[in-house]
Every structure is written in structure tokens, then in C-alpha cells.
Design a protein around this ligand. Structure first.
Ligand SMILES: NC(=O)c1ccc[n+]([C@@H]2O[C@H](COP(=O)([O-])OP(=O)(O)OC[C@H]3O[C@@H](n4cnc5c(N)ncnc54)[C@H](O)[C@@H]3O)[C@@H](O)[C@H]2O)c1
Length: 253
């Protein structure tokens, strides 16, 4: 029996690399998985199959986290909800002087307002159902570090950090725990693509990880399982950093 046996876990962005691994690891602990992503179901077949290999109870919905009405309907359709991973996100690099209003707004809409939509709708259901659930957001180590050429992204993640703490404060009275993970540079998903497509990004990354290597989706997803498990019942309002030491003061040697 896994530690999350029978609990329902919703993961947004679960057709992507980190979210999909979260779904796999939560399923391995016995959770029943609800996958949401903006991608159509047909495009997410390999990711759905990975989760199905761990659990026969998987549902997939094509939902854009910016669409509040779709989010509310999606939550209302769930019989129960114990764990929410608000994980969907994007990054589109641009030097600050060239950031367009569209780039700025898109990051805030998906990365921050998307979390607000999903987490508020989920929290309302948990309160109505008297479920002492877990809400886990995906922030980033750069939510508090001014990494160059992604200002819209890092500001959206700084917002995610404060949204986490704000919800933790107000939802504690209902027994709902709210925490975030802050991954460092992972060789998959958003950073995985930047490492391939942006030579200046790869050059910076080569110098900044004290532990020497990027993280893996499994390392990040296991922290999510930890935050969903009974072991962390006394934890709320924490931003759990998994960054290989990136945010420590950088020396030349
Ligand atoms: N990869 C990294 O190094 C890294 C580091 C720190 C934080 N993160 C965070 O991890 C999270 C997952 O990113 P990833 O690296 O797995 O990237 P990814 O691109 O593999 O996954 C992101 C998923 O979110 C989905 N998505 C995008 N916009 C959406 C929307 N409007 N509605 C619903 N779904 C939407 C995408 O379709 C995709 O499947 C993001 O919040 C990202 O900021 C990633």
C-alpha cells in the first residue's frame, strides 16, 4: 500500500516533463490521478500511458489554466480532491529591454493567474468537502534570484512564492497545507529545451551548479510526493528548494 492510497491528485501541466513525473510518482504511492494540460489528449498519449503503467485510474482533461470557467467546471466534476499540483508553466526568454507587453502578460497569465485559478477553485472544493488537502505549487529557484533574460518568468515565480505563503496563512484554519517546490535547473522540460536552443543559457548553466549537474524530473517529483505525504503534516507555507546549490553565493572556484 502506498502512502497516498485512494487519494485523488490533480496535476496541471502533466503532459509536460516535470508534471508527468509527478503524476507517475504520485500514482506509484497509490493516488488516483487527474491529468490536466492545454495539450489535446491525442498529443499527450505517451504521458498518459506512463501514468497508466502505475495506476488504472487516470483521467485526462484538456484544460487551459487561464480559463477560469473551464477550471471551475473541471474541479466541480471531481468527486473528491485531496492533492493539487499547480505546475503548468511556460518560459520565453527575452532580454529585459526587448520584453514585449505580450510576453510579460502571457507569463503572468499562465504561471501566476493560472495558479490562482486552479488553487482557489481547488481550495474552495476542499473547504466545502471538509478535506484537509495538500496544495503544492511549482515555483522555481529563480523566484528569488534575478537570472538574466527571463524577467517575466522570474517575476511570475516570485508571485507564486507569495501566493503559496498567502494561501498557507489563510487556509491553515481548514487544515489545508500549501507548499511549493522550487526546482533549480532540470535537464528536461523548459530548461531542457533552453539548454538545447539557447547557447548563451547553456554557457551560463555550465558555471552555476555547485553540485555539478542539472536535476532530474524524478528528484523533483519525489519532493512533491514528500509534500503530499503524512510526513509533512506540520509543514505549510514552505518553498522547498531543490537547486543543487545554485542559489548559494557563487564563487569563481
Ligand atoms: N525544467 C526546469 O528546469 C524547471 C525549473 C524550475 C521550475 N520549473 C517549472 O516546472 C513546471 C513544469 O515545467 P516543465 O519544465 O515540466 O516544462 P514542460 O514544458 O515540459 O511542461 C509544462 C506543461 O505545461 C503545459 N501548459 C502550458 N501552458 C498551459 C496552460 N495555459 N494551461 C495548461 N497547461 C499548460 C504545457 O503544455 C506543458 O505540458 C513549470 O511551472 C516550470 O516553470 C521547471
Amino acid at each position: 500500500m502506498g502512502v497516498l492510497q485512494g487519494q485523488v491528485a490533480l496535476i496541471t501541466g502533466s503532459a509536460g516533463d516535470l508534471g508527468n513525473e509527478m503524476a507517475v510518482q504520485l500514482a506509484r504511492e497509490g493516488a488516483l490521478i487527474v491529468m490536466w494540460d492545454v495539450k489535446p489528449e491525442a498529443e499527450a498519449t505517451p504521458q498518459i500511458e506512463r501514468v497508466l503503467a502505475e495506476s488504472s485510474t487516470v483521467t485526462y482533461r484538456q484544460i487551459d489554466v487561464r480559463d477560469r470557467s473551464a477550471v471551475d467546471k473541471g474541479i466541480a466534476a471531481l468527486e473528491r480532491l485531496d492533492i493539487v499540483c499547480s505546475n503548468a508553466g511556460i518560459v520565453e526568454s527575452s532580454p529585459f529591454l526587448e520584453v514585449t507587453q505580450e510576453n510579460w502578460q502571457k507569463h503572468l497569465d499562465i504561471n501566476l493567474t493560472g495558479c490562482f485559478n486552479v488553487c482557489q477553485a481547488a481550495a474552495r472544493k476542499m473547504v466545502a468537502d471538509k478535506t484537509q488537502g495538500r496544495i503544492i505549487l511549482t515555483s522555481s529557484w529563480v523566484g528569488s534570484i534575478p537570472w538574466p533574460e527571463i524577467s517575466s518568468y522570474i517575476v511570475s515565480k516570485a508571485g507564486v512564492d507569495m501566493l503559496t505563503r498567502s494561501m498557507a496563512r489563510e487556509l491553515a484554519r481548514y487544515g489545508i497545507r500549501v507548499n511549493a517546490i522550487a526546482p533549480g535547473i532540470v535537464k528536461a522540460g523548459l530548461a531542457g529545451r533552453q539548454l538545447v536552443e539557447e547557447p548563451q543559457y547553456a554557457a551560463r548553466v555550465a558555471k552555476v551548479i555547485p553540485l555539478g549537474e542539472p536535476g532530474t524530473p524524478v528528484e523533483i517529483a519525489q519532493a512533491v510526493v514528500y509534500l503530499a505525504s503524512p510526513q509533512t503534516a506540520y509543514m505549510t507555507g514552505t518553498i522547498l528548494l531543490l537547486d543543487g546549490g545554485c542559489s548559494l553565493f557563487q564563487f569563481d572556484s
